[in-house]
Design a protein around this ligand. Structure first.
Ligand code: P5A
Length: 463
């Protein structure tokens, strides 16, 4: 993309309504624009990051064997009356009446709708296990929407639902989600710690939230500092293996880590004092096991091996995709702007032409642009007729991990400059070498998805 042809409405001034860094930077970098309280338009740069996160979520869900679909945003109130949640959900539910006076609502979550689909189409235990998911906009009429996309009213969520014959099978689905979430967040450059939490309006008393530690986080958390040393890393996992998934769950949840809702001072005090931490965190996901809470009232049963109908055991599992954009920035920025982790950056590298209009500099930039593009990478070329300082400030603000600076003086010596946004370190090298380095850096993020051929096909149709 050439910046002269892009739509990147960066702001010079810091918007006064933004209280935290991620909100400020998303507005300044022209990623979002508020449409009304807690509701945002995603401008091209923000939309690109949102799509990158969405793709990572799809890849990791399919890798775990979960099946993508799409449910609507508007739901009928009738199903929610069947589960008893229509009245329970309270003011956060946006209720709508259509022209026929039917009660509708903008879905805050989809347990009822998916259970209705299940009961209509699945009748035998032989069709289990089954996990369906979608990534769709949700609406919660939060009393205090704030911090930009972090606590929105309209927000983008991946929500998945597992259906199993027994509690044991459903707990495997729970563990499988925990493993796939650990992978998902690490690919986004984040450490998200699973912590025992409260079921809230979704229900069940077995649930973990995933928290990114950050001073500006809305949740108060208590944990054993040892937990921050754990990494999922590159390990291979068989998602069908009950033992392997259970082992990961045990590794990541055996140390004390709880949100304030479930915090227990007496148990916490058993952790050696030097390792006891209380801090704040951003909740970027939550997994639940709630048994037959929805399947019983909605009559979602299957015929068991003995021919008798049994209600299925269920759980639901959510990732806050739009909130993650803010969480990543909160975890990765400095005084000059955003610093995107390589796995989610909207463009792979920026090209800054120090002397637009100089034949040699223009030609070198065009050649770099063409080479990066040919490698399947997306460069952002600042081809505007602006002074160098302004171009650098924009690149720092929008946070691309790598910048190639091209100027007539360097070109005389056959070099360009490659700069890391994270460390600020620059190195001069011939243009071909810069391309080679960037290609090497991004190679791991371009790995093909190791999923079944069938799933791989459906995955590719997503891109
Ligand atoms: C699990 C999936 C659920 O709704 N039902 C379907 C379950 N869980 S949850 O914890 O309530 O939400 C899942 C994740 O969505 C994000 N989230 C939000 N993001 C932005 N603005 C909001 N107002 C908001 N509310 C929830 C969180 O990341 C949460 O973990």
């Amino acid at each position: 993309m050439r910046l002269s042809r892009y739509f990147l409405p960066v702001l010079k001034e810091t918007p006064s309504e933004a209280q935290i860094a991620s909100h400020r930077l998303m507005l300044r970098a022209g990623m979002v624009k508020q449409a009304s309280a807690g509701i945002y338009s995603w401008l091209p740069l923000g939309f690109k990051v949102l799509r990158k996160l969405e793709n990572i979520v799809h890849e990791e869900q399919m890798r775990a064997g979960h099946i993508p679909m799409l449910m609507p945003t508007i739901q009928s109130a009738d199903l929610w009356r069947e589960s008893g949640r229509y009245d329970d959900y309270g003011e956060e539910m946006l209720r709508i009446r259509d022209r026929h006076d039917r009660d509708m609502l903008y879905g805050p979550t989809n347990e009822e709708l998916i259970t209705d689909i299940f009961r209509a189409h699945v009748g035998s235990y032989k069709d289990l296990p089954l996990t369906l998911y979608h990534i769709q906009w949700k609406f919660r009429d939060e009393i205090r929407p704030r911090f930009g996309v972090m606590r929105g009213r309209e927000f983008y969520m991946k929500d998945g639902y597992n259906f199993d014959l027994t509690k044991e099978d459903a707990l495997h689905a729970y563990n499988r989600h925990l493993v796939s979430y650990l992978r998902t967040y690490e690919r986004m450059g984040l450490q998200a710690i699973p912590m025992r939490a409260d079921g809230g309006p979704i229900g069940g008393d077995y649930t973990h939230e995933f928290l990114v530690l950050a001073e500006t986080g809305e949740s108060e958390v208590f944990y054993d500092s040892e937990i921050t040393d754990l990494r999922f890393g590159e390990r291979e996992i068989d998602y069908d293996s009950v033992e392997q998934c259970q082992a990961v769950l045990e590794e990541f949840t055996s140390r004390y880590a709880r949100t304030d809702e479930t915090h227990d001072e007496a148990i916490f005090n058993e952790v050696p004092e030097a390792r006891r931490r209380s801090a704040r965190g951003i909740e970027v996901g939550q997994i639940f096991y709630f048994g037959t809470k929805y399947s019983e009232p909605l009559g979602a049963t299957v015929q068991g091996p003995d021919g008798k109908p049994v209600p299925v055991h269920m759980g639901s599992h959510g990732i806050g995709v739009s909130r993650l954009v803010g969480a990543i920035i909160e975890a990765s920025h400095d005084e000059n702007g955003i610093i995107w982790p390589e796995g989610v950056t909207p463009f792979h590298a920026g090209i800054v032409n120090l002397k637009q209009g100089d034949a040699e500099a223009d030609a070198a930039c065009e050649a770099l642009y063409a080479s990066l593009t040919a490698l399947g990478l997306e460069p952002l070329y600042d081809d505007r007729d602006e002074r160098a300082g302004g171009k650098f400030a924009t690149m720092d603000l929008i946070g691309l991990p790598w910048r190639i600076t091209v100027g007539p003086r360097g070109l005389k010596n056959g070099v360009v400059e490659l700069t890391s946004r994270k460390t600020g370190e620059s190195e001069e090298m011939p243009p071909e070498k810069a391309i080679e380095k960037i290609a090497e850096i991004y190679a791991p993020h371009h790995r093909s998805v190791a999923v079944e051929p069938m799933q791989q096909r459906s995955f590719h149709t997503w891109l």
